[in-house]
Design a protein around this ligand. Structure first.
Ligand code: 99T
Length: 201
């Protein structure tokens, strides 16, 4: 199967971290592609009408997207560790994934506002609204980290979100006032699945 991804994409990183953790990484051919709200690579658009990455193309040509669907699909193939728990723990993990992905959605909208939108059309209150969502999500991380399991789809998503803030938003200084999250992330980012997928871009 082929994963359309970009080395900066935190959503694609989530997929790759899960693939490492479940031992599936060698079954995935990774192909770099570009995606942007103002125009994505033809290969991306051919597989995902939304023009977004990641997309996973199966041997029979079926394309899976978005990252949540891909992660759950891969988890189902795992003969070893599973990152989507069952029972009550499932909802806890999925809500943390949604929280982290929502943080990322706000971060990406901010990123596009900063780098793509012509300066004359930028709207300060809109960016302030998005960065407010990022801060609120981070405050929820801070309340959650002490009670989380070591590894599930929620912890992977949270770590990928924090890694993206380090890459694109050093100005937000997310560690300030969030010592529990900073300590948790310092330990988590040492996992081989994380060191093998450090974002670039
Ligand atoms: O918005 C677009 O049209 C193109 N953007 C993307 O494809 C981004 C790339 S991260 N991916 C998503 O928005 C996927 C979101 C989806 N819900 C999922 O897969 O979970 C690029 C980051 C960067 O370069 O800074």
């Amino acid at each position: 199967m082929k994963l359309l991804y970009s080395p900066a994409s935190p959503y694609a990183r989530k997929v790759l971290v899960l693939a490492h953790e479940t031992g599936l990484i060698d079954r995935i051919e990774v192909t770099a592609a570009t995606a942007s709200p103002t125009g994505s690579a033809a290969e991306v658009a051919a597989h995902n009408p939304l023009g977004k990455i990641p997309a996973l193309v199966l041997e029979d040509g079926t394309a899976l997207y978005d990252s949540r669907v891909i992660c759950e699909y891969l988890d189902g193939l795992s003969a070893g560790p599973r990152l989507f728990p069952e029972g009550a723990a499932r909802w806890d993990a999925l809500v943390r994934q949604a929280l982290a992905d929502g943080l990322l959605d706000a971060a990406l909208l901010t990123r596009y506002e900063r780098v793509l939108r012509p300066e004359a059309q930028r709207w300060e209150s809109w960016e302030a609204g998005q960065t407010g969502k990022i801060a609120a999500a981070l405050d929820r991380f801070e309340a959650l980290v002490a009670g989380m399991p070591t590894l599930d789809i929620g912890t992977v998503a949270m770590a990928c979100a924090l890694g993206y803030l380090d890459l694109r938003f050093p100005d937000l200084a997310w560690r300030a006032g969030r010592p529990a999250t900073a300590a948790w992330y310092a330990a988590f980012e040492g996992r081989p699945s994380m060191t093998a997928t450090i974002p670039k871009g």
